[in-house]
Design a protein. Sequence first.
Length: 254
Amino acid sequence: MCIRDRYLNAYYLMVGYASTAFFSFAFLILIARMFSVESVGLGVALIAAVGLLAIISELGLGLTVIRFLQNARSKGNTLLNTCLTVTGLSSIIVTVVFLIGIPIWSPAFVSEKHGITFWAVFLAFVIASAFNTIILNAFLAKRKSNFTAVMSIVTGLFKLLLVYPLAYVFNDVFGILFSAALATVTTIMIGLFFLLPRVQQNYQFKIMIDRPVLSRYGVYSIGNYLARLFLQTTPLLLVLIVTNSIGEDMTAYF
């Protein structure tokens, strides 16, 4: 890779991070104007919970993809599909455990209004968010950070476009959760079936677990996983602590 390409990749990364920050801020402004204070606070807490569960579920495999995908050659597709499959299964297990224990560690989420559909959307949101890390890191490994910027922008735009109609259909916290979840899932579908095959030769998503891949890269994944847990979960935990200790309305102002 020449120096010019390295600079371009760096610029695209900056665009991706900047667009994520901008669209997240714009999304918060919109929901603050369109929903009640309690719905905004609970929605922000739910999105924080999704982020927390996605980090736990990813198991450090995203950094494994960055480190080894470029040199994996014929095993690249197997590595990607194994990481995605393990992450998906882990997301389901972690989310189910979280939902079972909600009365214990997050009683603010307990409500008769939150039925099966609500928590099914929540689960899909967690899986998509965990997949997002793997896919974006695959683009980084392949030095295609322009696709990282594309996914960040598309997710942000979808969130802003969806929140308007969903606010009128679901004028409560479900509208906030559903708009963010649908935007993320849609972007993941684009990344998984259209963008990844453009950077990884002959790639097709398959549910598979290759044991040699796990045994070879497992130690590397665990080390990075523990480091990432301590680094990135603290701000998300703080949001949940505020919600469960002083209420949803204070979370909105927080």
